[in-house]
Design a protein around this ligand. Structure first.
Ligand SMILES: NC(=O)c1ccc[n+]([C@@H]2O[C@H](COP(=O)([O-])OP(=O)(O)OC[C@H]3O[C@@H](n4cnc5c(N)ncnc54)[C@H](O)[C@@H]3O)[C@@H](O)[C@H]2O)c1
Length: 262
């Protein structure tokens, strides 16, 4: 499977290193990167040389290349800007899931994917338990979902003394507006469950934690669930959990599998 990347930061470079550098998953190769910003040219040429990829600054040429799937690992704005055009031609995996907070955009993306016969993949990212949430709502009996995110202050780009501070409490839709780099998981959880307006989110800056900790609480006809993931931060970007990049690899692998679990 040939992969095209948009976003060569912490996650994108991790994928380049594992897939092209170390050949950890031999059936996947990153063949192309898209970026039309002049400021990135030199850095991307270096990565292209190092990992044997082609850099495109023209989206149409990128989409005409031999990539089977485009992986977006840039940011919410980039995902919004390119997702619709990409899915007309290629399968797409979005990690900046916050781009789908608007119902109209989500529906437009689904509609284009349906008519082009392409798929949109949203990996579980830095959280666990989406399997339970999806099962619980299969017949509509999922009643309440809350996500509590606890991060070291540096991961939230703030400086704090010794105090634990609640930075945000509200809906998932409000959370992604205020914390576009930290609340993507809230939107993935909402789309799997009861939606962006009914899913509750609390974001806490906590100088006593070293990891990015996400806990999901949910209840419904199935019973209750509480899932906590204590994430190691990515070495290149403390806002991003290492598990996020692994979840992209897991989603890519599941596309190829005949037996699908969960
Ligand atoms: N769904 C989840 O669970 C989850 C978890 C963590 C991070 N994320 C999201 O994943 C995304 C990537 O995370 P990261 O840690 O790799 O971020 P990063 O900041 O390290 O890298 C982002 C890269 O995108 C590039 N970029 C920005 N604008 C671009 C454009 N117009 N065209 C092409 N490239 C562009 C930047 O130059 C940078 O290299 C972020 O949106 C982050 O919020 C999602």
């Amino acid at each position: 499977m040939n992969i095209g990347i948009i976003g060569a930061g912490a996650i994108g470079r991790f994928l380049m290193e594992k897939l092209n550098g170390e050949r950890k998953c031999p059936s996947f190769t990153i063949t192309a990167v898209f970026d039309n910003r002049t400021k990135s040219k030199e850095r991307l040429q270096e990565l292209a040389h190092q990992y044997g990829l082609t850099v495109y600054d023209d989206l149409n040429l990128f989409l005409q290349s031999d990539v089977d799937i485009v992986v977006e690992c840039a940011n919410v704005q980039v995902a919004k800007e390119y997702a619709l055009q990409v899915v007309e031609k290629k399968d797409v995996l979005l990690i900046s899931v916050g781009a789908l907070v608007e119902q109209a955009f989500y529906e437009q993306l689904s509609l284009i994917a349906k008519s082009s016969g392409k798929k949109v993949y949203l990996p579980s990212g830095a959280i666990g338990g989406l399997d339970v949430i999806k099962s619980a709502k299969a017949l509509g009996g999922l009643n309440a979902v809350t996500l509590v995110t606890r991060k070291p202050p540096a991961s939230l780009s703030i400086e704090l003394a010794d105090e634990k501070t609640i930075l945000f409490e509200g809906s998932a839709a409000e959370a992604i507006g205020k914390y576009p780099q930290n609340a993507n998981v809230a939107i993935t959880l909402s789309l799997a469950g009861i939606g962006v307006h009914d899913t509750k989110v609390k974001i806490i800056a906590d100088p006593n934690v070293e990891r990015n900790v996400h806990t999901i609480y949910a209840e419904g006809e199935f019973g209750t669930v509480e899932v906590t993931v204590e994430n190691e931060p990515s070495p290149m970007n403390p806002k991003t959990s290492y598990l996020t990049a692994l979840s992209i690899l897991s989603s890519l692998k599941s596309i190829e599998q005949q037996v699908v679990i969960g």
